[in-house]
Write a protein that binds this ligand. Structure first.
Ligand code: HEM
Length: 411
């Protein structure tokens, strides 16, 4: 256990630390050497315990009545919590029994057998991505030109939203997740903030709900709009929360794994060559890319009783920060964790999708998207290198590459 302000534990609260992911990784390695749980006391934040230990994180997530998502599942500073106007009530914001009921409404849609329905769409999006690379003639920004669009198109298709809403949805997602990053947040001059972003989402989804209630279709948006809980129509707040979590959670996360995965291959040309020669390794490589990028940087839990974690006393009401990336770099589980290794035998022990009742609903879909894209891309890549410095979003919640300039030759 480590207490105190002037140490590496500001990697959890300081969004600027995410501008340099390698330095972040080194800092978490330093913390691992001291222990798997760290007390973080920073001005402007309610103190919390940061969990970077792989098995402790899993244990906490499994005990979902002892460690709840309510009331604050995402780290926010005191000022934001105090001045918050917009409220989101989505799967990650609630606990049982409501959580289980909400989740059962759509869980069949996300099962591997149902997700297989999406495979043709994924194949055509992967081919579109290759066609774009051809069009860009050897230079592009992989993060913006390819990785950003692909998962969003998948989500729009899943929800049944028209392609012309693509721009709007992209902007809203980025503004919501990028509230801390000046390049992504809502224009400061507009005098608006995350509350206004949520209000915009709600306006858009009110119309969608009305449309789908009037004319039900066979898409996910219709299922949500016409969803019932205990025989009653889903209240509006929960309905909006559902759209928002599906629209946002399935988008930036998967983009981040795609761009971060490609960057890792460029930095490790031996791995790239091997993956091209042994495409059967792609599913394992995808697990490693997800471990490596861990696009969801944290979720919070609140202890509902006095307890103990890794020998540390935890009091009722204490806030816990689950560092998915920290756990995915735990040297007790992953040998030489800062090495990117597509053939790592235990890559599938990564916990980037979480664990237990809140386990990522879109995990199969995300894996399939990454597998499809890389299966199409790798055989076509003759050469690839950086064409400038990549940049990453300065956010403590969900993030990855903002830019990944590349120069390449296709076969
Ligand atoms: C690489 C991509 C992705 C990563 C790393 C990721 C990660 C996560 C994590 C860490 C959680 C919370 C788990 C927990 O608390 O234990 C989560 C929840 C969730 N994810 Fe994902 N996700 C990804 C892609 C997707 C996709 C494609 C969708 C599709 C719609 C999606 C939908 C959701 C939903 C709906 C939840 C809330 C589940 C609940 O609270 O019951 N995610 N995800």
């Amino acid at each position: 256990m480590h207490v105190g302000p002037a140490d590496a534990s500001d990697i959890f609260t300081d969004n600027q630390r995410w501008a340099d992911v390698d330095a972040w990784n080194e800092a978490v390695a330093e913390l691992h050497a001291k222990g798997g749980i760290h007390r973080v006391e920073r001005e402007g934040f309610k103190p919390f315990w940061a969990i970077i230990d792989h098995s402790a994180l899993i244990e906490i997530e499994r005990q979902h009545t002892l460690f709840t998502n309510e009331p604050e599942p995402v780290l926010q500073n005191d000022a934001i919590i105090k001045n918050r106007v917009g409220v989101i009530k989505s799967l990650i914001h609630v606990d049982d029994p409501l959580h289980g009921k909400l989740r059962r409404m759509t869980s069949d849609w996300f099962k591997p057998a149902s997700i297989r329905r999406m495979n043709d769409r994924l194949e055509s999006l992967s081919l579109e991505a290759i066609a774009k690379l051809e069009k860009f003639e050897g230079r592009c920004d992989f993060a913006r030109d390819i990785a950003l669009a692909y998962p969003l198109q998948v989500i729009l298709g899943l929800l049944g939203l028209p392609e012309e809403d693509y721009g709007r949805m992209l902007k809203l997602t980025q503004e919501l997740f990028g509230a801390e990053d000046p390049d992504l947040q809502r224009d400061a001059d507009s005098g608006e903030d995350a509350g206004d972003v949520i209000a915009d989402f709600n306006r858009y989804f009110t119309q969608l709900t009305e449309d789908r209630r009037a004319q039900p279709t066979d898409d996910l948006a219709s299922l949500i709009a016409n969803g019932r809980i205990d025989g009653e129509p889903l209240p509006l707040l929960e309905t909006f929360g559902y759209y928002t979590i599906v629209a946002t959670a399935g988008h930036d996360t998967t983009s981040a794994a795609m761009a971060g995965g490609l960057e890792a291959l460029i930095k490790n040309p031996d791995q790239l060559k091997r993956l091209q020669a042994e495409p059967d390794l792609i599913p394992n490589a995808v697990e490693e890319m997800i471990r490596w990028t861990s696009p969801v940087r944290h979720f919070m839990r609140t202890a509902q009783d006095d307890t103990e974690i890794l020998g540390q006393k935890i009091r009722k009401g204490d806030w816990l920060y689950l560092s998915y990336k920290g756990a995915n770099l735990d040297p007790m589980v992953f040998e030489d964790p800062l090495r990117f290794d597509i053939a790592r035998s235990d890559a599938n022990r990564q916990v980037a999708f979480g664990v237990g009742v809140h386990f990522c609903l879109g995990a199969t879909l995300a894996r399939n998207e990454l597998r499809s894209l890389f299966s199409h891309l790798l055989p076509r890549l003759d050469t690839i290198e950086f064409d400038g410095l990549p940049t990453t979003s300065k956010t403590t919640f969900v993030g990855g590459h903002k830019t990944l300039p590349i120069r390449y030759r296709l076969r």
